[in-house]
Write a protein that binds this ligand. Structure first.
Ligand code: TXE
Length: 480
């Protein structure tokens, strides 16, 4: 049984406890590797190593830091197939998705910030005749990066790349549900010659290892992606310690479809925005609102295509919907389908578990599910399900659909389909979210601010937002 190891002070090592957690392959429901069951002692070792490494990493010439990061990106690219298969087995997503989407995005994350280093600058403010102010943006020190199980390597690198690029050293904790690719990245960092202690990866449970990172006095900032409840828990601990916090939390995103949309483009993209990665992307559009005049046309066309989406072995190229990442999450999603029925919803397709033939017969699979007939403010339409489940609801006016869209505690992303430019700008301005896609979905420019409002989080990742999160500005004023 493969043992995943922590990566501390440049070494792959067992957890101090010597204990391990079962790591499951969700497509078979079986244990296939072991994840370190680390604790605060491992976090202490990692933080010490990071503090020692900070002295040199923080003052290393930016182009040297850049070269090491670009070497890591190059090695990930070389191992794309291995990493894609590992991600698919660990998380349950189709292998083609990991190969074509997520691992390449992890490479882009590292390349983007590995080059941003050489362009990151600050500003000066002259006071003619009096003084000149200049702003230094210096690395914070040791920072904590805690990431979730839905897009494991993609979100892990989305955090550590700007942290490392801006000269910090990192204590990182991937999700215990999907530890594999972070472990493979550790091996790549060693091969790339990343100096010891610059990046430390401590595997294990959130309440044990994640909270040890959050509460550690010498870890000065926390960048977290995960559930809103956990984000609140982290904020409660870190706030009185005055740590910088970046929280990317849950979403319950509206997908608003007007009658004047390009129907075929909308339909194909709505299938993606509903079920990509089994709907386990916080940016998925799980509440679909359709202008009444095309509601029946949409419903019939959408349900027909959803029924045709192949669900099964994530390693097969033909699979569109893979396994749900964990038994616990599988049960959570199924419980929401039951709730939807109790709340008066009608399941138009899906709503049941699937037992594929062969090796995946014991895996955790849920048929993509479409539900109609629910009120906009019922729990099914207010709470994050984070699975292959969408609701469809007709609307009559812009005011009505905006009230529906803005009715939840979340405000991460929104999608809008209309060919009416004036209306597009109007609705985009009114919808309460950090991101709006018009006539597209998940089109990502890494320079743009990424994050949500309300209970979808605090702060923004991406571009200079991320470099500024991981640096401290100091203004120096010199009398002329
Ligand atoms: O979150 P959890 P999950 C959201 C998504 C969904 C959730 C899924 O919408 O709600 O995250 O991820 C660690 N102290 N997003 O269930 O449980 C845990 O070990 C410190 C939004 O994994 O919060 C894991 O490593 N750490 C996002 C990480 O937190 C703790 C994109 C996340 O776990 C901890 C992706 C604690 N007390 C998912 N408890 C976006 N907005 O982009 C757990 N952890």
């Amino acid at each position: 049984m493969k043992k995943i190891l922590n990566y501390i002070n440049g070494q792959l090592m067992e957890p101090v406890s010597g204990d391990y957690l079962d790591n499951f392959d969700p497509s078979t429901g079986k244990v296939y590797s072991l994840c370190p069951d680390s604790d605060e002692r491992d976090v202490e070792l990692a933080t010490k190593a990071a503090l020692q490494a900070f002295a040199s990493w923080s003052v290393m010439a930016p182009e040297k830091r850049s070269r090491i990061m670009l070497r890591i990106a190059e090695l990930i690219e070389k191992k794309l197939d291995v990493l894609a298969e590992a991600e698919s087995i660990d998380q349950g997503k189709p292998k083609w998705l990991a190969k074509n989407g997520e691992i390449p995005r992890a490479i882009s994350n590292i390349r983007f910030f590995g080059t941003a280093i050489e362009h990151f600058a600050s500003e000066a403010h002259p006071m003619p005749g009096h003084a000149i102010n200049y702003t230094l943006r210096t690395p914070i020190g040791v920072v904590g990066c805690i990431s979730p199980w839905n897009l494991p390597l993609y979100l892990f690198t989305w955090k550590i790349a700007p942290a490392l690029a801006s000269g910090n050293c990192v204590v990182a904790k991937p999700s215990e549900i999907t530890p594999m690719t972070a472990y493979l990245l550790a091996e790549i960092c060693i091969e790339a010659g990343l100096p010891k202690g610059v990046l430390n990866i401590v595997h294990g449970l959130g309440p044990k290892v994640g909270s040890a990172i959050t509460v550690h006095k010498q870890i000065k900032a926390i960048s977290f992606t995960g559930g809103t409840k956990t984000g609140a828990e982290i904020a409660r601990t870190a706030a009185p310690m005055f740590k910088k916090l970046s929280l990317e939390l849950g979403g319950k995103n509206p997908n608003i479809i007007f009658a004047d949309c390009d129907f075929d483009k909308m339909l194909n993209e709505t299938l993606r925005s509903s079920f990509l990665n089994q709907g386990e992307i916080c940016l998925c559009g799980s509440r679909i609102f359709i202008e009444r005049s095309i509601y029946t046309r949409f419903k019939e066309a959408f349900v027909e295509k959803v029924k045709a989406r192949t669900i099964g072995d994530p390693l097969l190229d033909s699979t569109l919907v893979g396994a749900i990442a964990s038994k616990m999450h599988f049960e959570k999603v199924m419980s929401y389908i039951e709730l939807a029925k109790q709340e008066g919803g009608t399941v138009l397709c899906g709503g049941y578990t699937v037992k594929p033939e062969g090796r995946c017969s014991e895996g955790w699979f849920i048929a993509p599910t479409v539900i109609e007939g629910l009120s906009f403010d019922c729990r099914t339409n207010q709470e994050e399900i984070f699975g292959p489940v969408v609701t469809i609801t007709p609307f009559d006016t812009e005011e009505e659909v905006l009230a529906f869209a803005n009715s939840t505690e979340y405000g991460l992303a929104a999608t809008l389909w209309t060919e009416n430019l004036t209306r597009a700008h109007r609705i985009a301005a009114e919808v309460k979210s950090g991101i709006v896609w018009i006539n597209c979905w998940l089109l990502r420019d890494l320079r743009t601010p990424f994050g949500g409002v309300k209970n979808s989080g605090v702060g923004r990742e991406g571009g200079w937002e991320a470099m500024r999160f991981f640096t401290e500005p100091k203004n120096i004023c010199i009398k002329l």
